[in-house]
Write a protein that binds this ligand. Sequence first.
Ligand SMILES: Cc1cc2nc3c(=O)[nH]c(=O)nc-3n(C[C@H](O)[C@H](O)[C@H](O)COP(=O)(O)O)c2cc1C
Length: 141
Amino acid sequence: MQDTNMLAAMYISQSRIDRSQVDELVSASLSNNYNLGITGGMIFTGRLFAQVIEGPADAVNNLIDKIALDDRHSGFKILLKEPVAERSYRDWNMGYVILPFADQAIMPLFEDDYSPAQVAKLRQILLTSIQRSHNLDCMPR
Ligand SMILES: Cc1cc2nc3c(=O)[nH]c(=O)nc-3n(C[C@H](O)[C@H](O)[C@H](O)COP(=O)(O)O)c2cc1C
């Protein structure tokens, strides 16, 4: 997988589907993202989504445009799209966690007066929650 000309994008939205439908969406996205060279992670709070995708610029732009039009969610709001030197989600084509408390971090970002610090915080929550959940899966004690 070539890592030049890479973009990362993060958005938030409100779900219009239930948890089992989200599970289906995630498993379809997993293989799709693998084929596209996309990595990333998504939080589902039970009612809100926050997702980061990263990969070759064309692939990220195309996928974001597609996701924005998907009627399984509403209120799509892009918070970040920027070049990155390397992947943060190298090990996950579609990391996925259910995290009800993340509502608190996502809700303020739907307002017009959100701050870059709030975006940075959500980005960090996303990454650490994906890393932690997969660590638990992989390292039973
Ligand atoms: C919240 C949400 C997240 C999504 N994330 C992805 C994703 O990471 N990868 C993906 O291929 N499709 C994702 N989709 C689905 C796309 O919108 C689209 O249905 C899918 O890429 C298949 O498109 P196609 O049938 O035109 O190939 C997501 C949809 C929603 C509602």
